[in-house]
Design a protein around this ligand. Sequence first.
Ligand SMILES: [Ca+2]
Length: 400
Amino acid sequence: MNAYPQTIKFPKLRRLGRRVSALIVLLQKSPYIQFLLPEAKLLSSVATMDAVKMTIATVAGLGAFDSVSGATEVVQISPNNGSDTVSSDTDVSLTFVFQAIGISGHRVDHFSVTGTLPPGLTLNPGVENRSFGSISGTPTQAGTYSDIKIQAWRSAGDSGDYAEGTFSIVVAAPAGAATITQQPASITINSGETTSLDVSADGTPPFTYQWYQGASGVDTTPVGNDSSSFTTPALSATTSYWVKVSNAANPSGDNSNNATVTVVDLFETWRTNYYTTQELADPLVSAPTADSDKDGVNNQNEYIFGTSPITSNVQLTPNVSMDETHVNISFTTVIASGVGYEGKTRHYAIEVSDDLQQSGDWPVLQGYSDITATGLTVNAQVPINTDPKKFYRVRSWLTP
Ligand SMILES: [Ca+2]
């Protein structure tokens, strides 16, 4: 690793007194110069001036470079000489120059890269018969890109002798760039519920927010509004979301992590509590539409009413009586509790129609449109009028 200028034996050179400068000139005329010149040319074709300067610095270290024995590695030359980390900035041209050292003859047939390079960077082709290679381009996405392994192969094809080095390319966000400081958090909800996801960002406002459904970075399904908060639709299946936050200083944006909304199906939990594995596998017994206790109430409605799907019992039947002036309707509300009702509230409404066959929701009886279950009895008195007939029913539902 430390095969660079700092290992030149300056003290020894110094003892040579006035002959030192002559010696340097001699070195520069040595075959080593010819060895490196083609690489400087290579680099200048793809690189910034910095990269070329660094190459020249390596020429100065050539004596030490050659003294390395047994090492077979790929080391960074520029921009962070000798480091495993490559520093760069978003939207600023980068040339990452590396060198294979310790390979017999100091020649590399080709380099290969494994790992994910920052978007905008590529390995430069045409490095045959070199010891230097480079990755260049303009990174567009801030972040730390770890485990980028560069392998220098002595022969054609990715097999045989090689040297390798592993690097992290760190792409810094530009000043004022939108950078997510608080990721949207994963959460567990009940089936049929919605939830809100939030993100916080640093940088220079204003920010633009775009939410997406799917895995982070996959932008095929945009959802929601331009807001730091996103409210999901009612979900019946586990769903992942992420958000991109951008601003003028970071137009390509900062992508959040995945926020997974795990959906728990409480009806499924309730169903599993009553039926055996064999029964659960039989839709004629345990499906939402089945009525295994043959009480006329299907399993979905048993769940909503809070009755057992395996014991015929009709707890909800309202008592209806009439006197000379009123129709009296009473029923006992049942609080939603127990397995499958975590976080649920049961509600009731009394509905009225003069047509028993009326489909859909009936008009609600005024004053009884939303009764929250308390375990107490509801008594409704409806004045009798001149209508020839009226039908009443009690509807129940669960929230959320
Ligand atoms: Ca039933």
